[in-house]
Structure formats: C-alpha cells, structure tokens
Design a protein around this ligand. Structure first.
Ligand code: AQP
Length: 347
C-alpha cells in the first residue's frame, strides 16, 4: 500500500522529528547516522524535535537504574553533539503520555501482518523464541509511527536501518486517512543522507554497528577513550589487500568499505576523496589515520558529555522543558485524532 493514497504534505509546515533509544552507550553509528545530522538539520533552521525514546528501549529488558542513567547520558550526547535545547525540542518520550495514547490508536489501524514483516523484528528475534519476545517489540513500529505523526512531522532523519519502519509509518498514515476519509496526517519523508547511513560492526562487515551488540569491540562508543578508539580501529577486521585505487574496488569488500565510509563521514568528504587520498595504501597507514580523525572528532563530544553528566539535575530540567514544549504541540493533534476516530470528548 506504500504507493496508494499517499498524502501530499503541502498543507503541513516543514517539521523534523527523530529519536534514539537510550538502550545503552551511543555508538559511532548513532552519531554519524543520526546525531550529527540532527544537529545539521537544526542549524539549517528547520523546526526540529528530538526524542530519547525510552518507551521503545523497554521493548527489550532494561535495568531500571541503568535506563535512567542511559537516558541522561543520551541527552548529554545530543547536547554535546550540537543540539541546542533553545533551538530544538529535546525530551524523553515517556514524559509526553500522548505518544503511548496515539500508539494505541494506531495499533488499531495498523495490521499485525505488517509488523511481522519488519526485518528489525526478525533480526532481534532470530535464533530466539519470537513468541517469547515482548508484545511491545512487535508493536515497536506502530509506536514509532505515533512518535512522528503526533507532531505532524514531515521529515525524519534516520539511518538506513530505519527505512522500513518509516515506510510503515507512511502506510499507517495513509490507511488512517483513507479509513476516516481525511487528510489529517502527513506522509513523512525519510532523510537518509551522507556517507555513513549504515555504519557496520568493526568485527563483521555484514552486521550493523549496534549499541546492543554483545561485543564491545564491534563498536566505537561515544564515551570511549582515545586509546580505546585507536585499539578498536587497529583490531577492526579487514581483508589483507591495500585500499583500492578506485571506488569499484570497494564493491566486494564490506569491511574496507565500512572504514572508508566512516572516514569520509567523519571528515565531511566524499568516499571518492578518501580513495583519491589513500588508494594503494595499506591498513598500517589508513587505520591510524582513521583513529586520529575519530579521536579528533569524538573527544570534544565525550569531554562535554562527561561535564554535562556531572549535573544530572540540569539535564532533567532541559528534558522537562522540552517535554512541556512537545506536549503543547502533541495535545491538539491527539485530541483531533480521538475526535476523528469517534471518541466522545466532554471535558
Ligand atoms: N550502525 C548504524 N549506522 C547508521 N545509523 C545508525 N543508527 C543506529 N545504528 C546505526 C541510527 O541511529 C538512530 C537511533 O537508532 P536507535 O538507537 O533508536 O535504534 P537502532 O537503530 O536499533 O540502533 P542500535 O544502536 O542498533 O540500538 P539497539 O542495539 O538498542 O537496537 C536511528 O536513526 C538509526 O537509524
């Protein structure tokens, strides 16, 4: 149904929404695929709403005290990466109850079969008993649709892995509009841009870098020290051949391509530029250069995160203020959705 009944967005003002799960240490993948671009979008002057999606995080087990710390740490990462709470709305999802309320309404619009087709659900339950995973994990994309549609967001910057969920959001919006004969919800566009829309594991070039990967060596955490970053890149799995002289030479070399993509994204260069500079060189040259670049870019972020984490009350204040602003936008949209669906509203 993706192509059917797509809603034109002309009547909606441009607004960006995106989120990150506070489900562990944020990674270089989260930074390049999401955070760095969130800050760029804010700086382009578009209205931006960014959310720490703690209700999503609990679709898999989270230790309660750890979740609180991770949420504050993720907020610190957003601010350290350039999100300015005076220009962007920054909050954690559970402080705006309209997310959960709209998610329920959309659960009644979305179809179960759509959820079973989501590759992230299949990946997260593969090798395990899917029947024993939480109902929330299956319904995750419906909550994500609610997050976005609650603000009538028109654009959603995400990494490649979230593309399918975004398509589902569009399908849910289209079905709602079709079923209730309305054009109430926009059809949000995914913004998947840059050289590192899918940063891969440093241990396995076929798996995405992920904060919940059991191997810490598979990822660069935003809180890693310079030494740890250098060590992880030095030990990153690669083939023995030197870097290719042309872009085509990366086609069948996922690990090499991943490191070149990371370099390009960190340096704000194209992959072609990186190949022009390092083509023909061995890993003994490229890996230390990549580690230096990563430390150069990430050290100021981790230093600022550590500073912010010394004042958790200030982080909570920022999240509370952001939640109040988000709630102001969300409440009328939730109220109108309830009305469209036939709920009596008498107080
Ligand atoms: N490896 C990645 N490369 C590029 N972008 C990535 N993102 C995540 N991993 C990569 C982008 O970061 C944003 C927030 O993702 P999330 O934390 O909400 O969920 P996720 O995609 O499931 O990320 P993780 O790290 O794999 O989390 P866990 O392990 O908790 O499931 C999204 O825009 C995502 O595309």
């Amino acid at each position: 149904m993706s192509d059917a009944a797509q809603t034109p967005n002309a009547k909606f003002k441009p607004r960006i929404f995106s989120g990150i799960q506070p489900s562990g240490n944020l990674t270089l993948g989260n930074y390049l695929g999401a955070l760095k671009r969130f800050a760029q979008k804010q700086d382009e002057g578009i209205e931006t709403i960014y959310c720490l999606v703690d209700l999503h995080a609990i679709t898999v087990w989270q230790e309660p005290e750890a979740l609180k710390r991770q949420t504050r740490e993720a907020a610190a990462a957003f601010i350290a990466a350039g999100i300015d709470p005076a220009r962007s709305i920054l909050f954690n999802q559970s402080q705006v109850s309209a997310h959960a309320e709209l998610a329920w309404l959309l659960n009644c619009v979305a179809r179960i079969g759509w959820m079973y087709r989501m590759t992230q659900f299949k990946d997260k339950t593969s090798g395990k008993n899917a029947e024993n995973s939480s109902l929330g994990l299956l319904a995750y994309p419906s909550l994500m649709a609610a997050d976005i549609l609650l603000y009538h967001a028109t654009m959603v910057p995400v990494g490649e892995d979230q593309k399918q969920h975004l398509e589902l959001t569009r399908d849910i919006a289209a079905k709602f509009n079709h079923d209730y004969k309305t054009d109430f919800f926009p059809s949000p566009e995914p913004l998947i841009e840059g050289a590192a829309t899918r940063v891969m594991s440093l241990r396995d070039g076929s798996k995405k870098m992920s904060k919940s990967d059991p191997s810490d060596a598979s990822r660069i955490n935003l809180t890693d020290s310079a030494d740890t970053i250098a060590k992880k890149f030095r030990k990153a799995v690669t083939d023995p051949a030197p870097l290719p002289e042309t872009l085509d030479g990366l086609a069948e070399r996922p690990e090499a391509r991943n490191l070149v993509n990371i370099y390009a994204a960190l340096a704000d260069k194209t992959v072609e530029d990186v190949i022009a500079e390092y083509g023909g060189q061995g890993w003994g040259v490229f890996k230390p250069a990549l580690a230096d670049l990563a430390v150069d870019k990430l050290a100021p972020i981790s230093t600022e995160m550590a500073r912010l984490m010394n004042d958790p009350a200030e982080i909570d204040r920022i999240l509370g203020q952001g939640a109040a602003k988000a709630d102001e936008i969300a409440q009328p949209i939730l109220a109108k959705t309830l009305d469209i669906m036939g709920m009596v509203r008498s107080r």
